[in-house]
Structures are given as structure tokens and as C-alpha cells.
Design a binder for this molecule. Structure first.
Ligand code: ADP
Ligand code: MG
Length: 260
């Protein structure tokens, strides 16, 4: 690949492999994500989509292959180190945030691990460092942009699944990532919230964030993403425009076979 083309690649997944016991979840998967795109990652249930996210973001260690973010080899790095290099992910099932308000949950982002400074922010506000009050201001701003600032004082466990997804996205944004990996952002989200999420993703993409988007809702992903990478049995089956993928017989067969 030429240097110019390489510069446009913000995430490179090369020959990635991962097995769990006898089960091959990721089987020599290779694809690139170009800067500025919303790239879709689809495939039947069990195709290995979430596993790839875990491998890319440092939550799992691959058995083979490499992951590059902005030309830096991040293979084997810890999630916070990958986040520091500009790549952040959300979870298919948002993590439990018991005993926190939405505002507090926002601050347990990739940039703010729960720890001493986080606790101090709420137990001794006088001791809050400047950077921490900046984080708080950023959290307020993002909650307002996402039109969920009215939820800030609510216990994080008291909001709907859809609202939790918005909080999860809002909180990933706090890290100001260059690349954002979203794992099924609209699963279990009502149509109104899904629409809101879609416009937030578009808006952030217009401002320069690159997305890699796993989504089971075909209409949602086909509407937002181009190109689309199709994963089947841990390996890339094909990639292309929504139109070409939708009409690819191998893709149709994979979905029928996968029972999705
Ligand atoms: P998808 O997100 O495409 O539905 P996953 O990546 O979640 O697929 O799963 C791919 C395969 O890997 C499945 O067979 C799943 O059961 C298996 N798998 C995923 N994570 C683990 C794990 N931590 N331990 C054992 N098996 C796993
Ligand atoms: Mg999954």
C-alpha cells in the first residue's frame, strides 16, 4: 500500500486470530478502517464481531495477528493504552453502574478510571483538581448535546436501556476518541432514541470521528455505514457498499445459515 493510502487508514486489523478452547472465534480476520468513515461490521450471531472488538480494544489478547491504530502497533496493549492512542469502544451490554448517578457514571470513562481521584471528586469537592473540573464541565456539555442532561442526577441504574446506551455513547465521547467502536448501539433501544443515536453518530462523524459500528438492525447500519465489512465464522466474508453487500448471495447464505 502507498504511503498516501496508509495515511488514510486509522485502524488496521491484520490476520487476527483468537480461539477459546477448541472454538475458533476469530479466524485470520483482516480489514482496514479508513479515516472519516462510518464502517459497518455485520454478520450472523456468533460470527465473532464482539470478539474482534475485544481484540482491537485490548480486552482480549490475540493468539496471532496485529492491530494498528494510526500506524502504531497496539497489539497486546491494555485497553487504557489503546484508548490513549485514540481508540475507544462501547459495550454490547453496558457495564453495571450501581450506586452512581448518570453524571458520576459519565466520569468513569476510559479517560477517568474509577479510583482515588474519581472518589475525591465527589467526597471532597474542594480538592478537585483543575483537570477534573474540566472533565466535569465536558460531561455536562456532552449530556446537554445528547439531550440527556435532565437525567444527570438520576441513579444510573434507574434509566431505560435506551437511555443507558446514550449515556454509554456520551461517555465514550468524553474521551474525545479519533476512532469509536460501537457494539450494537440500538439493540433494545426504542425507535425515537435510535433516531437520536443515529443523528448523534452522524454529527460526531461530521466533526471527524471515525466509527466502526456493529449493529444487528440492518436498516440502521445500512443507512449509516459505508463501507460494510461482513464477518462469518470469524473471518471476513466480503466488504463493500451497503448495496453490494445486501445483494451478495454469500452474505444472504451466511445469514440464513447463522440463523440470525
Ligand atoms: P458476535 O458478537 O458476532 O455475536 P461473539 O464474538 O460474541 O460473536 O462470539 C463468537 C464466538 O466466540 C461464539 O461462539 C462465542 O460463544 C465465542 N466466545 C466469545 N467470547 C468468548 C469467551 N470469552 N469465552 C468463550 N467463548 C467465547
Ligand atoms: Mg456480539
Amino acid at each position: 500500500m502507498s504511503d498516501a493510502a496508509a495515511e488514510n487508514v486509522v485502524l488496521r486489523v491484520d490476520d487476527l486470530q483468537k480461539s477459546f478452547g477448541g472454538l475458533t472465534a476469530t479466524d485470520h480476520a483482516t480489514f482496514d478502517v479508513e479515516r472519516g468513515t462510518i464502517t459497518g461490521l455485520i454478520g450472523p450471531n456468533g460470527a465473532g464481531k464482539s470478539t474482534i472488538f475485544n481484540l482491537i480494544s485490548g480486552f482480549y489478547e490475540p493468539d496471532g495477528g496485529t492491530v494498528e491504530v494510526n500506524g502504531t502497533d497496539v497489539t497486546g496493549m491494555e485497553p487504557y493504552e489503546v484508548a490513549e492512542r485514540g481508540l475507544v469502544r462501547t459495550f454490547q451490554t453496558p457495564r453495571k453502574l450501581e450506586g452512581m448517578t448518570v453524571r458520576e457514571a459519565m466520569l468513569v470513562g476510559p479517560r477517568n478510571q474509577p479510583g482515588e481521584s474519581f472518589v475525591r471528586l465527589f467526597t471532597s469537592p474542594g480538592a478537585v483538581a483543575e483537570s477534573e473540573s474540566e472533565n466535569l464541565a465536558d460531561a455536562e456539555r456532552i449530556l446537554a448535546e445528547f439531550e440527556i442532561d435532565h437525567l444527570a442526577e438520576q441513579p444510573a441504574t434507574d434509566i431505560s436501556g435506551g437511555q443507558m446506551k446514550l449515556v454509554e455513547l456520551a461517555r465514550a465521547m468524553l474521551a474525545e476518541p479519533e476512532v469509536l467502536l460501537l457494539d450494537e448501539p440500538v439493540a433494545g433501544v426504542n425507535p425515537t432514541l435510535a433516531k437520536k443515536l443515529k443523528s448523534q453518530i452522524r454529527r460526531l462523524n461530521d466533526r471527524g470521528t471515525t466509527f466502526l459500528l456493529i449493529e444487528h438492525d440492518m436498516e440502521f447500519v445500512m443507512d449509516l455505514a459505508d463501507p460494510i465489512v461482513v464477518l462469518d465464522q470469524g473471518t471476513v466474508l466480503t466488504e463493500g457498499t451497503p448495496h453490494s453487500v445486501r445483494n451478495d448471495q454469500r452474505v444472504i447464505d451466511a445469514y440464513l445459515g447463522g440463523g440470525a
